[in-house]
Design a binder for this molecule. Structure first.
Ligand code: ZN
Ligand code: ZN
Ligand code: ZN
Length: 385
């Protein structure tokens, strides 16, 4: 049951109140006309061209950055297993970049001296040993929870964040992602490798030291499968990649562009689920992250640096989730799917309506989000250290 609010809109409405008012407008407005309250606006339903998901976008009473309850990510300190000297507190490292300083002998494993370090997750969601043992249980299907769950520690500096790292360091991190993907791709039990990042407690990070995670899965996860299927259908129909078309159209339109460089376009997508959701897309067609050239990693590092610093300025260092969507491991070169990064600042809560429908209510139109992010100026990165 949707509560209908007739009061005047408060200065800074809670998201629930705001969503209710959006819903009440949906219920009371007649198509093309004005609502019972005399409002002459209608929220907009927009369809994502890849997966066909509809979202509700507020086009009139748009929430501006200052309308969101601030949940700034702050460092608390305390014991940290990801800091120098505590290497023994994590499972033994899988891989680490250790700059060979002054030409001396390389440092020992599981000791300080690294710049990026990859370790197994201490509390993995899936286990690495064993076989899948696919089985039926009557009409149901099951298999063993086989997978890899790794943590990529992005820096040895406890107080750094991905946004404050110089692009050169972000580039090293991207190479570490690539190394891990190429290694895990050899394991034929895995169908998909997802790299993601939770930044801030509100976005699910349990440790504050900057880190990303990698999960190798024996199946292609449903959100990615939906994107791949949607992109495939589009390709069958038009013989073009839907993401390449998005890149072209958004570049021409400009209104949802947040930033761009030689290799990457950053946009607020046409039908975003969340306020200030942004995507980073390679400008040229490339189906898998790990196939990218070194030139692309250099520019991707810059694109990530610019986007995160813009978001920090506009939204006061918000918690966020970042995911890399790439092709399945055994189909990493194809014409229809185009890898990309999705960044979702955590500004609203997903509630009953979203869980019950798969619809999302987004109180900030992407054109507004892009305008704010575009206007935020980020110093051309000073590359040091
Ligand atoms: Zn630390
Ligand atoms: Zn493409
Ligand atoms: Zn995606």
């Amino acid at each position: 049951m949707v509560t209908v609010y007739y009061e005047e809109r408060p200065e800074t409405p809670t998201i629930e109140l705001f969503q209710n008012s959006l819903l009440s407008s949906l219920n009371t407005c007649t198509p093309g006309g004005s609502g019972l309250e005399g409002n002459n606006y209608l929220p907009e339903l927009r369809k994502d061209p890849i997966v066909g998901r509809w979202v509700i976008i507020s086009t009139d009473r748009a929430k501006r950055p200052t309308d969101f309850t601030r949940d700034e990510v702050k460092m608390k300190g305390g014991f940290c297993p990801f800091c120098y000297g505590n290497e023994g507190k994590t499972p033994p490292e899988i891989q680490a970049y250790r700059p060979n300083q002054n030409g001396g002998p390389p440092a020992q494993r599981d000791t300080p001296g690294w710049s990026v370090r990859v370790v197994p997750n201490k509390f993995p969601a899936l286990g690495i040993e064993g076989n899948l043992n696919r089985q039926a249980e009557g009409m149901f299907d099951k298999m063993n929870g086989i997978g890899a769950h790794e943590v990529i520690i992005e820096t040895n500096d406890h107080n750094a964040t991905l946004a404050t790292l110089p692009p050169k360091k972000i580039e090293d991190l991207l190479w570490a992602f690539r190394d891990r993907i190429l290694d895990l791709k050899k394991d034929k039990r895995f169908k998909y490798i997802l790299i993601f990042k939770n930044h801030g407690e509100a976005a699910g990070a349990s440790l504050e030291h900057a880190h990303s995670q990698l999960i190798a899965l024996p199946i292609v996860p449903i959100y990615v499968a939906e994107e791949i299927e949607g992109a495939k259908q589009y390709y069958i129909y038009k013989e073009r990649c839907v993401f390449c078309d998005i890149v072209q159209q958004e570049t021409e339109a400009g209104i949802r562009v947040v930033a761009e460089n030689d290799d990457f376009l950053t946009i607020a997508p046409y039908a975003p689920r969340f306020p200030f959701e942004t995507w980073i897309l390679p400008k040229e067609h490339e189906s898998a992250f790990e196939n990218s050239s070194s030139h692309m990693f250099e520019n991707l590092a810059k694109a990530i640096h610019v986007l995160l610093n813009k978001a920090n300025q506009v939204l006061d260092s918000p918690p966020y989730n970042l995911v890399i969507h790439s092709s399945p491991t055994q189909e990493s070169s194809n014409e229809h799917y185009h890898w990309h990064i999705e960044v979702m600042p955590k500004l609203t809560k997903t509630a009953g309506f979203e869980w019950g429908t798969g619809f999302y209510i987004n109180p900030t139109p992407p054109e507004e989000a892009a305008k704010f992010l575009r206007a935020a100026t980020v110093e051309e990165a000073v590359v040091t250290g």
